[in-house]
Design a protein around this ligand. Structure first.
Ligand code: PLP
Length: 385
Protein backbone atom coordinates (compact mmCIF):
# COMPACT_ATOMS: atom_id res chain seq x y z
CA UNK A 1 0.00 0.00 0.00
CA UNK A 2 1.30 3.47 -0.79
CA UNK A 3 1.69 6.00 1.99
CA UNK A 4 -1.05 8.58 2.52
CA UNK A 5 0.03 11.92 1.06
CA UNK A 6 1.29 14.50 3.57
CA UNK A 7 -1.18 16.91 5.13
CA UNK A 8 -1.65 19.87 2.82
CA UNK A 9 -1.67 23.20 4.69
CA UNK A 10 -3.83 26.09 3.46
CA UNK A 11 -0.81 28.40 3.20
CA UNK A 12 2.95 27.90 2.82
CA UNK A 13 5.71 30.49 2.71
CA UNK A 14 7.85 30.38 -0.42
CA UNK A 15 11.44 31.00 0.73
CA UNK A 16 14.36 30.37 -1.61
CA UNK A 17 17.94 29.46 -0.75
CA UNK A 18 19.10 33.04 -1.39
CA UNK A 19 16.77 34.29 1.37
CA UNK A 20 18.05 31.65 3.79
CA UNK A 21 21.67 32.47 2.88
CA UNK A 22 21.00 36.18 3.47
CA UNK A 23 19.72 35.44 7.00
CA UNK A 24 22.77 33.30 7.72
CA UNK A 25 24.97 36.10 6.41
CA UNK A 26 23.34 38.49 8.87
CA UNK A 27 23.86 36.11 11.76
CA UNK A 28 27.50 35.54 10.82
CA UNK A 29 28.22 39.23 10.30
CA UNK A 30 27.27 39.90 13.91
CA UNK A 31 24.73 42.56 12.84
CA UNK A 32 21.38 41.04 13.74
CA UNK A 33 19.14 43.92 14.67
CA UNK A 34 18.05 46.96 12.63
CA UNK A 35 20.85 47.90 10.26
CA UNK A 36 21.92 47.96 6.60
CA UNK A 37 19.53 45.22 5.44
CA UNK A 38 16.51 47.07 6.86
CA UNK A 39 17.66 50.23 5.08
CA UNK A 40 18.05 48.33 1.83
CA UNK A 41 14.65 46.66 2.24
CA UNK A 42 13.02 50.05 2.86
CA UNK A 43 14.62 51.43 -0.28
CA UNK A 44 13.30 48.41 -2.20
CA UNK A 45 9.79 49.00 -0.82
CA UNK A 46 9.96 52.69 -1.74
CA UNK A 47 10.93 51.72 -5.24
CA UNK A 48 8.23 49.02 -5.50
CA UNK A 49 5.53 51.41 -4.26
CA UNK A 50 6.98 54.49 -5.94
CA UNK A 51 6.63 56.27 -2.61
CA UNK A 52 9.03 58.57 -0.75
CA UNK A 53 8.64 56.90 2.66
CA UNK A 54 8.56 53.19 3.48
CA UNK A 55 9.03 52.38 7.14
CA UNK A 56 9.80 48.79 8.09
CA UNK A 57 8.39 47.56 11.39
CA UNK A 58 8.24 44.32 13.34
CA UNK A 59 4.57 43.74 12.44
CA UNK A 60 1.68 45.09 10.44
CA UNK A 61 -0.14 45.64 13.72
CA UNK A 62 2.68 47.97 14.81
CA UNK A 63 2.12 49.81 11.51
CA UNK A 64 -1.56 50.41 12.23
CA UNK A 65 -0.78 51.46 15.79
CA UNK A 66 1.94 53.91 14.70
CA UNK A 67 -0.26 55.30 11.91
CA UNK A 68 -3.05 56.04 14.40
CA UNK A 69 -0.57 57.65 16.83
CA UNK A 70 0.96 59.72 14.05
CA UNK A 71 -2.48 61.07 13.17
CA UNK A 72 -2.97 61.92 16.86
CA UNK A 73 -6.08 59.75 17.05
CA UNK A 74 -7.01 59.28 20.69
CA UNK A 75 -9.71 58.98 23.29
CA UNK A 76 -12.93 60.61 22.12
CA UNK A 77 -12.17 60.04 18.42
CA UNK A 78 -13.87 57.62 16.05
CA UNK A 79 -12.44 55.55 13.21
CA UNK A 80 -14.72 53.91 10.65
CA UNK A 81 -13.79 50.36 9.70
CA UNK A 82 -15.09 46.92 8.79
CA UNK A 83 -16.16 44.04 11.05
CA UNK A 84 -14.85 41.53 8.48
CA UNK A 85 -11.17 41.72 9.39
CA UNK A 86 -8.51 40.35 11.69
CA UNK A 87 -8.70 41.61 15.27
CA UNK A 88 -5.57 43.77 14.83
CA UNK A 89 -7.49 46.32 12.75
CA UNK A 90 -9.95 47.16 15.52
CA UNK A 91 -7.58 46.38 18.40
CA UNK A 92 -5.18 49.14 17.35
CA UNK A 93 -8.04 51.66 17.19
CA UNK A 94 -9.04 50.64 20.73
CA UNK A 95 -5.36 50.70 21.84
CA UNK A 96 -5.12 54.45 21.19
CA UNK A 97 -8.37 54.95 23.09
CA UNK A 98 -10.56 55.65 20.06
CA UNK A 99 -13.82 53.97 19.09
CA UNK A 100 -13.92 51.61 16.09
CA UNK A 101 -17.15 52.51 14.29
CA UNK A 102 -18.09 49.41 12.32
CA UNK A 103 -20.13 49.45 9.13
CA UNK A 104 -21.36 46.44 7.20
CA UNK A 105 -19.61 44.88 4.22
CA UNK A 106 -20.70 44.21 0.68
CA UNK A 107 -21.62 40.52 0.69
CA UNK A 108 -20.17 39.91 -2.77
CA UNK A 109 -16.76 41.57 -2.49
CA UNK A 110 -16.55 41.26 1.32
CA UNK A 111 -14.98 44.73 1.40
CA UNK A 112 -16.55 47.42 3.57
CA UNK A 113 -19.62 48.93 1.90
CA UNK A 114 -18.47 52.44 0.97
CA UNK A 115 -22.11 53.53 0.61
CA UNK A 116 -22.48 53.20 4.39
CA UNK A 117 -19.57 55.46 5.34
CA UNK A 118 -21.25 58.87 5.16
CA UNK A 119 -24.10 57.96 7.47
CA UNK A 120 -21.56 56.71 10.04
CA UNK A 121 -19.61 59.98 10.12
CA UNK A 122 -20.03 62.11 13.25
CA UNK A 123 -18.15 65.20 14.51
CA UNK A 124 -15.83 62.76 16.31
CA UNK A 125 -14.82 60.86 13.16
CA UNK A 126 -11.11 61.30 12.40
CA UNK A 127 -10.26 58.55 9.94
CA UNK A 128 -11.43 55.67 7.80
CA UNK A 129 -9.56 52.35 8.00
CA UNK A 130 -10.55 50.15 5.05
CA UNK A 131 -9.22 46.60 4.61
CA UNK A 132 -8.42 45.45 1.08
CA UNK A 133 -10.01 42.12 1.92
CA UNK A 134 -8.30 39.00 0.56
CA UNK A 135 -6.23 41.32 -1.65
CA UNK A 136 -9.09 43.02 -3.51
CA UNK A 137 -8.55 46.80 -3.52
CA UNK A 138 -11.54 48.80 -2.31
CA UNK A 139 -12.83 51.45 -4.73
CA UNK A 140 -10.12 53.95 -3.82
CA UNK A 141 -11.43 56.88 -5.92
CA UNK A 142 -14.76 56.64 -4.19
CA UNK A 143 -13.17 56.17 -0.76
CA UNK A 144 -10.81 59.14 -1.08
CA UNK A 145 -13.60 61.35 -2.44
CA UNK A 146 -15.60 60.69 0.73
CA UNK A 147 -12.51 61.24 2.92
CA UNK A 148 -11.75 64.53 1.17
CA UNK A 149 -15.31 65.79 1.39
CA UNK A 150 -15.40 65.21 5.16
CA UNK A 151 -11.77 66.10 5.85
CA UNK A 152 -10.89 62.61 7.12
CA UNK A 153 -7.59 60.76 7.04
CA UNK A 154 -7.30 57.27 5.59
CA UNK A 155 -5.23 54.40 6.99
CA UNK A 156 -5.41 51.53 4.51
CA UNK A 157 -5.07 48.10 6.09
CA UNK A 158 -3.28 46.45 3.20
CA UNK A 159 -2.22 43.39 5.21
CA UNK A 160 -3.58 41.18 2.41
CA UNK A 161 -2.77 43.43 -0.47
CA UNK A 162 0.87 44.22 -1.14
CA UNK A 163 1.23 43.97 -4.92
CA UNK A 164 -2.44 44.69 -5.59
CA UNK A 165 -3.23 47.63 -7.87
CA UNK A 166 -6.14 50.01 -8.34
CA UNK A 167 -6.68 51.44 -11.84
CA UNK A 168 -3.10 50.62 -12.81
CA UNK A 169 -1.52 52.03 -9.64
CA UNK A 170 -0.02 49.77 -6.97
CA UNK A 171 -1.46 50.16 -3.51
CA UNK A 172 0.96 52.34 -1.58
CA UNK A 173 1.83 54.40 -4.67
CA UNK A 174 -1.00 56.83 -3.92
CA UNK A 175 -3.25 57.73 -1.02
CA UNK A 176 -2.67 58.67 2.57
CA UNK A 177 -1.16 55.90 4.75
CA UNK A 178 -0.82 52.29 3.65
CA UNK A 179 0.05 49.37 5.93
CA UNK A 180 1.40 46.03 4.70
CA UNK A 181 2.00 42.86 6.74
CA UNK A 182 4.75 40.30 6.22
CA UNK A 183 3.37 37.62 8.54
CA UNK A 184 4.32 34.11 7.24
CA UNK A 185 0.83 33.48 5.84
CA UNK A 186 0.72 36.73 3.87
CA UNK A 187 1.71 37.07 0.20
CA UNK A 188 5.34 37.77 1.13
CA UNK A 189 7.03 37.31 4.47
CA UNK A 190 9.85 38.53 6.69
CA UNK A 191 9.02 35.95 9.38
CA UNK A 192 6.98 38.56 11.18
CA UNK A 193 7.02 42.13 10.01
CA UNK A 194 5.18 44.98 8.44
CA UNK A 195 5.59 48.36 6.79
CA UNK A 196 3.93 51.72 6.52
CA UNK A 197 4.05 53.57 3.21
CA UNK A 198 3.25 57.28 3.05
CA UNK A 199 3.86 60.46 1.12
CA UNK A 200 3.48 62.57 4.26
CA UNK A 201 6.90 63.49 5.62
CA UNK A 202 5.60 64.58 9.03
CA UNK A 203 3.93 61.20 9.50
CA UNK A 204 7.06 59.36 8.38
CA UNK A 205 9.13 61.31 10.92
CA UNK A 206 6.69 60.58 13.72
CA UNK A 207 6.59 56.86 12.97
CA UNK A 208 10.40 56.76 12.73
CA UNK A 209 10.45 58.16 16.24
CA UNK A 210 7.61 56.06 17.71
CA UNK A 211 8.95 52.77 16.35
CA UNK A 212 12.18 53.06 18.32
CA UNK A 213 11.62 54.27 21.89
CA UNK A 214 10.54 57.76 20.87
CA UNK A 215 14.13 58.58 20.03
CA UNK A 216 14.74 61.49 17.68
CA UNK A 217 18.36 61.90 16.65
CA UNK A 218 17.55 65.05 14.68
CA UNK A 219 16.21 66.69 17.84
CA UNK A 220 19.54 66.11 19.53
CA UNK A 221 21.44 67.48 16.55
CA UNK A 222 19.43 70.67 16.81
CA UNK A 223 21.22 71.26 20.09
CA UNK A 224 24.62 71.02 18.45
CA UNK A 225 27.47 68.49 18.44
CA UNK A 226 26.93 66.96 15.01
CA UNK A 227 28.04 63.35 14.68
CA UNK A 228 27.45 62.75 18.36
CA UNK A 229 26.27 59.38 19.63
CA UNK A 230 23.80 61.19 21.87
CA UNK A 231 20.10 61.21 21.28
CA UNK A 232 16.92 62.82 22.55
CA UNK A 233 13.75 61.04 23.68
CA UNK A 234 10.83 63.20 22.63
CA UNK A 235 7.99 60.71 23.31
CA UNK A 236 7.46 57.50 25.30
CA UNK A 237 7.88 55.38 22.16
CA UNK A 238 7.58 51.70 21.34
CA UNK A 239 9.89 48.86 20.32
CA UNK A 240 8.57 48.23 16.82
CA UNK A 241 11.77 48.14 14.75
CA UNK A 242 12.38 45.45 12.13
CA UNK A 243 15.52 43.32 12.51
CA UNK A 244 18.11 42.81 9.77
CA UNK A 245 17.46 39.05 9.93
CA UNK A 246 13.82 39.81 9.05
CA UNK A 247 14.71 42.27 6.29
CA UNK A 248 17.11 39.62 4.91
CA UNK A 249 14.08 37.53 3.97
CA UNK A 250 12.21 40.54 2.57
CA UNK A 251 15.11 41.39 0.25
CA UNK A 252 14.49 38.09 -1.56
CA UNK A 253 10.69 38.01 -1.24
CA UNK A 254 9.78 41.40 -2.67
CA UNK A 255 11.50 40.84 -6.06
CA UNK A 256 9.41 37.66 -6.44
CA UNK A 257 6.12 39.09 -5.22
CA UNK A 258 4.62 39.78 -8.65
CA UNK A 259 5.42 36.21 -9.72
CA UNK A 260 3.88 34.89 -6.50
CA UNK A 261 0.71 36.86 -7.24
CA UNK A 262 0.62 35.66 -10.86
CA UNK A 263 0.82 32.05 -9.64
CA UNK A 264 -1.87 32.65 -7.01
CA UNK A 265 -4.10 34.20 -9.68
CA UNK A 266 -3.72 31.13 -11.88
CA UNK A 267 -4.71 28.81 -9.06
CA UNK A 268 -7.69 31.00 -8.20
CA UNK A 269 -8.80 30.86 -11.84
CA UNK A 270 -8.60 27.07 -11.67
CA UNK A 271 -10.73 27.08 -8.52
CA UNK A 272 -13.27 29.39 -10.16
CA UNK A 273 -13.42 27.24 -13.31
CA UNK A 274 -14.24 24.17 -11.24
CA UNK A 275 -16.39 25.65 -8.48
CA UNK A 276 -18.40 28.17 -10.47
CA UNK A 277 -21.29 25.79 -10.98
CA UNK A 278 -21.14 24.05 -7.61
CA UNK A 279 -24.33 25.15 -5.80
CA UNK A 280 -22.62 24.42 -2.45
CA UNK A 281 -20.45 27.53 -2.84
CA UNK A 282 -20.97 31.25 -3.26
CA UNK A 283 -17.77 32.66 -4.79
CA UNK A 284 -16.45 36.17 -4.16
CA UNK A 285 -17.79 38.58 -6.76
CA UNK A 286 -15.77 40.76 -9.09
CA UNK A 287 -15.81 44.57 -9.21
CA UNK A 288 -16.39 46.90 -12.15
CA UNK A 289 -13.23 48.99 -11.75
CA UNK A 290 -9.88 48.00 -13.20
CA UNK A 291 -7.61 46.40 -10.61
CA UNK A 292 -5.02 43.74 -9.86
CA UNK A 293 -6.18 41.38 -7.13
CA UNK A 294 -3.37 40.17 -4.83
CA UNK A 295 -5.33 36.97 -4.11
CA UNK A 296 -4.01 36.55 -0.58
CA UNK A 297 -7.01 34.31 0.13
CA UNK A 298 -9.58 32.48 -1.96
CA UNK A 299 -12.71 32.08 0.10
CA UNK A 300 -15.92 30.54 -1.11
CA UNK A 301 -18.87 30.81 1.28
CA UNK A 302 -20.88 27.65 1.94
CA UNK A 303 -24.49 28.02 0.81
CA UNK A 304 -27.62 26.32 2.10
CA UNK A 305 -27.16 23.78 -0.70
CA UNK A 306 -24.04 22.44 1.07
CA UNK A 307 -24.75 19.31 3.11
CA UNK A 308 -22.69 20.58 6.03
CA UNK A 309 -21.81 23.86 7.69
CA UNK A 310 -18.46 25.62 7.64
CA UNK A 311 -16.93 24.25 10.84
CA UNK A 312 -17.91 20.67 10.01
CA UNK A 313 -16.71 21.21 6.43
CA UNK A 314 -13.29 22.31 7.74
CA UNK A 315 -13.14 19.28 10.03
CA UNK A 316 -14.13 16.93 7.21
CA UNK A 317 -11.48 18.42 4.93
CA UNK A 318 -8.89 17.98 7.67
CA UNK A 319 -9.82 14.30 7.83
CA UNK A 320 -9.16 14.20 4.08
CA UNK A 321 -5.66 15.61 4.75
CA UNK A 322 -6.46 19.13 3.52
CA UNK A 323 -5.95 22.25 5.64
CA UNK A 324 -8.38 25.15 5.28
CA UNK A 325 -8.59 28.49 7.09
CA UNK A 326 -11.21 30.70 8.69
CA UNK A 327 -10.63 34.38 7.91
CA UNK A 328 -12.35 35.78 9.88
CA UNK A 329 -14.83 35.62 12.65
CA UNK A 330 -16.47 39.06 12.33
CA UNK A 331 -14.96 41.15 15.11
CA UNK A 332 -18.27 42.26 16.63
CA UNK A 333 -18.69 38.64 17.81
CA UNK A 334 -15.87 39.16 20.33
CA UNK A 335 -16.64 39.91 24.00
CA UNK A 336 -14.36 42.96 24.21
CA UNK A 337 -16.14 44.72 21.35
CA UNK A 338 -19.58 43.75 22.60
CA UNK A 339 -18.87 44.85 26.16
CA UNK A 340 -16.92 48.02 25.38
CA UNK A 341 -18.75 49.40 22.34
CA UNK A 342 -22.14 47.69 22.65
CA UNK A 343 -21.93 45.80 19.38
CA UNK A 344 -24.08 42.69 19.13
CA UNK A 345 -24.57 39.82 16.74
CA UNK A 346 -27.32 41.02 14.42
CA UNK A 347 -25.80 44.47 13.79
CA UNK A 348 -24.13 43.64 10.46
CA UNK A 349 -26.07 40.99 8.52
CA UNK A 350 -23.75 40.73 5.50
CA UNK A 351 -20.62 40.43 7.65
CA UNK A 352 -22.38 37.79 9.74
CA UNK A 353 -23.51 35.83 6.68
CA UNK A 354 -19.92 35.77 5.38
CA UNK A 355 -18.38 35.19 8.81
CA UNK A 356 -20.58 32.12 9.35
CA UNK A 357 -19.93 30.59 5.93
CA UNK A 358 -16.53 31.63 4.61
CA UNK A 359 -13.65 29.17 4.24
CA UNK A 360 -10.13 29.76 2.93
CA UNK A 361 -9.04 27.02 0.54
CA UNK A 362 -5.35 26.14 0.15
CA UNK A 363 -3.58 28.75 -1.93
CA UNK A 364 0.15 29.31 -2.34
CA UNK A 365 2.34 30.00 -5.38
CA UNK A 366 4.20 26.68 -5.37
CA UNK A 367 1.01 24.60 -5.22
CA UNK A 368 1.17 21.55 -7.49
CA UNK A 369 -1.40 20.24 -9.96
CA UNK A 370 -1.59 17.01 -7.98
CA UNK A 371 -2.32 18.98 -4.80
CA UNK A 372 -5.02 20.98 -6.54
CA UNK A 373 -6.66 17.74 -7.67
CA UNK A 374 -6.48 16.35 -4.14
CA UNK A 375 -8.31 19.44 -2.85
CA UNK A 376 -11.07 19.20 -5.46
CA UNK A 377 -11.48 15.46 -4.88
CA UNK A 378 -11.60 15.94 -1.12
CA UNK A 379 -14.38 18.50 -1.54
CA UNK A 380 -16.28 16.11 -3.80
CA UNK A 381 -15.99 13.41 -1.14
CA UNK A 382 -17.07 15.78 1.63
CA UNK A 383 -20.05 17.03 -0.42
CA UNK A 384 -20.82 13.45 -1.58
CA UNK A 385 -20.74 14.68 -5.18
C1 PLP B 1 -2.43 39.98 9.31
C2 PLP B 1 -3.33 41.12 9.46
C3 PLP B 1 -3.01 42.23 10.26
C4 PLP B 1 -1.84 42.26 11.19
O1 PLP B 1 -0.63 42.05 10.59
P1 PLP B 1 0.57 41.45 11.47
O2 PLP B 1 1.77 41.65 10.60
O3 PLP B 1 0.26 40.02 11.73
O4 PLP B 1 0.66 42.25 12.72
C5 PLP B 1 -3.86 43.33 10.25
N1 PLP B 1 -4.97 43.34 9.50
C6 PLP B 1 -5.31 42.29 8.73
C7 PLP B 1 -6.54 42.39 7.90
C8 PLP B 1 -4.52 41.15 8.70
O5 PLP B 1 -4.88 40.10 7.96
Amino acid sequence: MSEAPAFLPFAKPNLDQAAIDEVVESLQSGWITTGPKVKKFEAMLQDYCQAPHALALNSGTAGLHCALLALDIKSGDEVITTPMTFAATVNTIAMVGAKPVLIDIDRGTRNLDLNLIEQAITPKTKAIMPVHFAGLPVDCDKLYAIAKKHNLRVIEDGAHAIGAAYKGKRLGSFGDIQMFSFHPNKNMTTGEGGAVITRDQAIAEKITCWRFHGIDREAWNRFGKSGSQNYAVIAPGYKYNMLDIQAALGLHQLPKLDDFIAARTQWVQRYIDVLNDWPEFELPSDVDYQHTHAWHLFQPALTDAAPLQRDTFMQAMKEQGIGTGYHYQAVHAFPYYQETFNYKWGDFPHAEYISDRIVSLPLFPQMQEQEFERIINAMKTVFKK
